[in-house]
Design a protein around this ligand. Structure first.
Ligand code: TNX
Length: 509
């Protein structure tokens, strides 16, 4: 019963009932039309189950009421007009149908998806359950620079996030290799091989909002500067002698105006209360210049009425406030070892390694700085949350091992698919050991090795489903139930276009 819901509901009662459906349709009364339409769209495409309004003899009756639940841990990512409402819902079964108690449109959406997931062979296997998220911020960071995901694929990914009750899509829109959106007045900035128009971004944000997902945009600076940022568009870029060593200095010609234009456009397109200023790996940028840039970028974001998110290095600038967020990414296991990097990489990179080493050496101290500043942390520890890490366990399909010799970031030690189930964001040293506040959890897919949506599927799944379990579900995990619910999603992932998911033997055999 309810075997397919992933993440697993917080509380499952013992009462249950099976309701045969007519035409694979769950009839619903009391849900608002927009919520029902969004839930129906996803439920039908993922599970082949329709949700349709029926004011009279509905199988599911939505009752708008507050559901008692503990407050979610961390930071609410939702824009002001949707923030603060409870995500908790409760389903109870009676003789003739299901009562779905929920206090907000989002809670109704989550509850309807859980009911759709509970359909097996044309029968709704409803159970008494109470469900609510453990963490308020549950995201995926997507690198659309190293691999270009057209808007239609971004919508597919939004479907996947919504299916597993994730609520943030962080779009990494600019990097060393390309710039992926148009900025008015800066022709030539957007990459010729793929960039979102303003209309496409608006459509992505609206599509996500209908599925209760906030899109958080990132302009990564002062390092990771795109090749089209330069004198052609009126910006002076410092050139450290290598493509990876370019950076922006706030005091240089055109930089301040450029940063202003970029954030103005970002703020016009995205309703996220938080704008991500990047700030990672600004190799070659002297601390004084880096700190001034971060402070100025943060001031720019605040001037637009938004709050700041920076990668963990930005805490060093001393410019973040307790109302901002910092994203922790350098996991203990992945701390940079310059000697190893020198041994692994050709001579031409050695100068670059020397520039990178001090930036990473400082990373050990970031968590204490973050805790001291009281800035909440989005936990994105590269181990286990960077999904471009290769899975280490066997696949039922040997061809996947062949693909994984080129797909997946080579520098990371491969780890088991289910690693995240034995890990807890609140228990890591960088949080528990420092007393830092957790804002929530965000996985990341970096795409240096990704060629198409199949490669993305191979790295994302099933792990993203398990991350969702971690982010939404309780601290203690019923491992067998989680793995069964994961296994039961193979068809839904395939239906949504992610049929190339990793066939971990532990789950799929
Ligand atoms: C580090 S994570 C990066 C990215 C790479 C990633 C590969 C972060 C803030 N910077 O530029 O794509 O590693 O996993």
């Amino acid at each position: 019963m309810t075997a397919r819901i992933l993440p697993r509901p917080q509380h499952l009662g013992t009462a249950g009932r099976a309701f045969p459906l007519r035409a694979a349709t769950i009839t619903v009364s009391g849900a608002d039309a927009a919520t029902l339409a969004a839930a129906d769209d996803l439920a039908f495409r993922a599970y082949g189950v329709h949700l349709s309004a029926d004011a009279g003899a509905a199988l599911v009756t939505v009752v708008e009421t507050t559901v008692d639940a503990p407050e979610a841990i961390g930071t609410d990512p939702r824009p002001q007009h949707r923030a603060g409402s409870s995500e908790a819902y409760r389903a109870t079964v009676g003789e003739n149908g299901v009562h779905l108690a929920a206090g907000s449109a989002e809670a109704v959406f989550r509850g309807l998806l859980s009911l759709a997931a509970s359909v097996e062979d044309g029968v709704l296997r409803a159970a008494d359950l109470t469900d609510y998220p453990r963490f308020a911020w549950r995201g995926l960071s997507l690198d659309v620079v190293r691999h270009w995901f057209p808007a239609a694929e971004v919508r597919q990914l939004i479907d996947l996030l919504a299916l597993h009750k994730l609520n943030v899509l962080h779009l990494h829109l600019t990097d060393t290799q390309a710039w992926r959106f148009e900025v008015p007045g800066r022709p030539g900035l957007a990459a010729a091989d793929g960039a979102y128009t303003a209309a496409e971004l608006d459509a992505i944000v609206a599509y996500a909002a209908a599925r209760h997902i906030t899109v958080v945009p990132e302009f990564d600076a002062p390092g990771h500067v795109a090749p089209t940022v330069g004198t052609d568009i009126g910006v002076t870029v410092r050139d450290g002698g290598h493509a990876f060593l370019r950076y922006l200095d706030h005091g240089d010609d055109g930089v301040q105006a450029f940063v202003r234009d970029v954030f103005a456009e970002i703020a016009a397109r995205f309703d996220s209360p938080y704008l991500h200023i990047g700030g990672d790996e600004a190799f070659g940028d002297p601390a004084e210049s880096y700190n001034a840039f971060v402070a100025a970028a943060a001031a720019e974001v605040r001037g637009l009425g938004r709050r700041v998110i920076g990668w963990q290095e930005t805490i060093r600038a001393g410019a973040l406030q307790s109302t901002d967020l910092v994203q922790l990414w350098i996991a203990e296991r992945d701390r940079f070892d310059p000697e190893k990097a020198k041994a692994d990489l050709p001579e031409e990179y050695h100068g670059f390694i020397a520039m990178a080493a001090p930036v990473f050496a400082e990373s050990v101290h970031d968590p204490e700085r973050i805790a001291a500043a009281g800035v909440p942390v989005i936990v994105s520890a590269s181990d286990p949350l960077y999904l471009d890490r290769r899975p280490s366990d066997p696949s039922t399909d040997p061809a996947q091992h062949e693909t994984l010799t080129t797909v997946g970031f080579r520098a990371y030690e491969p780890r088991p698919t289910t690693e995240v189930l034995g890990w807890d964001p609140l228990e890591i040293d960088d949080i528990r050991g420092t007393g830092a506040i957790a804002a929530g959890v965000e996985a990341a897919l970096w795409c240096e090795t990704v060629r198409d949506l199949d490669d993305a599927a191979l790295l994302l799944l099933p792990r993203l489903g398990l991350v969702a379990q971690r982010a939404w579900g309780s601290a203690s995990i019923d491992r067998a139930a989680v793995l069964a619910a994961t296994r039961a999603h193979a068809a839904a992932w395939t239906a949504l276009g992610f049929g190339a998911f990793f066939r971990s033997k532990e789950i799929f055999e």
